[in-house]
Ligand binder design. Structure first.
Ligand SMILES: CC/C=C\C=C\CC(=O)SCCNC(=O)CCNC(=O)[C@H](O)C(C)(C)COP(=O)(O)OP(=O)(O)OC[C@H]1O[C@@H](n2cnc3c(N)ncnc32)[C@H](O)[C@@H]1OP(=O)(O)O
Length: 306
């Protein structure tokens, strides 16, 4: 009886795996959006382009909805191991779409203050998910920023794992200039990234532009490139290198890095031990260690899908 149950379980697992592979093999056609263009420039590497160049990639209602769908799908897609996000056209983004979004937040339908507040809170939390989804996606996300990265653009890039930019890039926490405190993640994530509270406060209180050289020296970005084309080449190169490594190792690293940012060292060590008590059983360790010992490239070994 136990044997039959075991065989049945194995067959069911095979069917489930088959279904999962079928969905991930549906390919790029399933990534069809109005405001995001998704391509695959290299094996296991996906490129998400914010794609409203004629509006300087201003983030309208469709964008906020599609970010969640897109990054949830990338998180589930076993063909995806690293993601690059960039902006089409002249700049990375001009921030929130001031035309489209004003009605969303500034013209409430109800006439009772409590109900207006209740619904606004719900809406803001909902919108915050459009960037938190980047952090929740276990695949590393590299932001490739050129020219303006304005307002909520800064909230977006602070949720990414790695930031590269071009020489002409500038970062502007613009919200105080339009009368509000930024609420999509900059105030929560930027202090951790820069580590210089005085500078964060200055940027957030004044909305002054921080240019690429200062973004580099402050630690907001890790590299600066002469132009957009060399920036994208470098970002794809980095994503390809990450994608060549064991997905168990890379994705476990991301999950634990995010966890440890928000917990004490001891809590994070405990979490790590529990994580690796399962993950150390992967075949990827033997395969990768063998490649290291034999001095062969990790690109030449194949890790199973995850
Ligand atoms: C409702 C909640 C309240 C606020 C939340 C705020 C969060 C934030 O993101 S604050 C930051 C808001 N963004 C801005 O203040 C930037 C506004 N735009 C500009 O300053 C300029 O457009 C520019 C980004 C410096 C680019 O200048 P340029 O290259 O000269 O292009 P333009 O001719 O000005 O623009 C081309 C085209 O795009 C439209 N557009 C640009 N930015 C936005 C935007 N943020 N929202 C909506 N539309 C935008 C601009 O109107 C032009 O449209 P046309 O139809 O061609 O006229």
């Amino acid at each position: 009886m136990a044997l039959i149950r075991g065989l049945l379980r194995r067959d069911l697992r095979k069917v489930a795996l088959g279904l999962r592979n079928m969905s991930s093999e549906a390919g790029l056609s399933s990534y069809s959006y109005e405001t995001l263009k998704v391509t695959a420039p290299a094996d296991h590497v996906f490129h998400v382009e914010i794609n409203r160049p004629e509006k300087r990639n201003a983030m309208n209602k469709a964008f906020w909805r599609e970010m969640v769908l897109c990054f949830q799908a990338l998180g589930e897609d076993s063909n995806c191991r690293a993601v690059v996000i960039s902006g089409a056209g002249k700049m990375f983004t001009s921030g929130i779409d001031l035309m489209d979004m004003a009605s969303e937040f500034l013209q409430p339908q109800e006439d009772d203050v409590a109900r207006i507040a209740w619904n606004l809170r719900k809406k803001i939390s909902e919108y915050q998910k459009s960037f938190s989804v980047i952090e929740k996606c276990t695949k590393p996300v590299i932001a490739a920023i050129h020219n303006g990265c304005i307002g909520v653009g800064v909230d977006l890039v602070t949720a990414c794992d790695i930031r590269y930019c071009s020489q002409d890039a500038y970062f502007q926490v613009k919200e105080v200039d339009v009368g509000l405190a930024t609420d999509m993640g900059t105030l929560q994530r930027l202090p951790n990234i820069i580590g210089n509270r005085s500078l964060v406060n200055e940027l957030a209180f004044t909305a002054r532009k921080m240019m690429s050289d200062e973004a580099l020296s402050s630690g907001l970005v890790s590299r600066v490139f002469p132009d957009k084309s060399s920036l994208l080449n470098a970002a794809f190169g980095l994503a390809t290198e990450i994608a060549s490594k064991s997905p168990i190792a890379v994705q476990g690293t991301k999950v634990n890095l995010v966890y440890s940012r928000d917990h004490s060292v001891q809590e994070s060590l405990d979490y790590m031990a529990t994580w690796n008590m399962r993950m150390l059983q992967t075949e990827d360790i033997m395969k990768s260690a063998q490649a290291v010992l034999q001095k062969t490239s990790l690109k030449d070994i194949t890790s199973s899908k995850l």
